[in-house]
Write a protein of this length. Sequence first.
Length: 169
Amino acid sequence: MKYITAILILMGLCVNISAQTNTLTTSAPLAWQKLSEITIPFENNMGGADIPVFEKEKYGSIHFKIKNGQMELKTVVITFENGEKQEVLLNERLDASKDSRIIDLLGDRRVITSVSFTVAAIPRTDDKNVAIQLYASTSTVEPNGKVITKSNSTKKKMKPVANRYKKIQ
């Protein structure tokens, strides 16, 4: 009876520990391309910017790096070529040693036209502005952690129309 109780307690701990784990593991590193770098001045401890993206590449995810200073990245609004927008609430404290979380773009790879965001200054710091860099990757990450690049996409390629249908005589 003691052994059964001990096993049940251990199983309960394992389930509890695994339920709290929320890390993203990938089968390969993502290849990042720097799209832009901008310096944001803080006015009344708040700031923001709109970064236009001129690359017409289809991206699957983005993230930010801080070059100098520290800040709190509040919200990010990504605007796509078709006019749709994706708003992400981050509320992350960032400095030169920490990158933002990876933001997976909704849908398949998409062309980004601009990225807007709001930031807040960290209290009790002397930072009057902060330099932030925007990076994007053409890869996407599946829920199972597998990285999908343009070359190993799992989407079916359609055959040309002439080969799909038989001619009726």
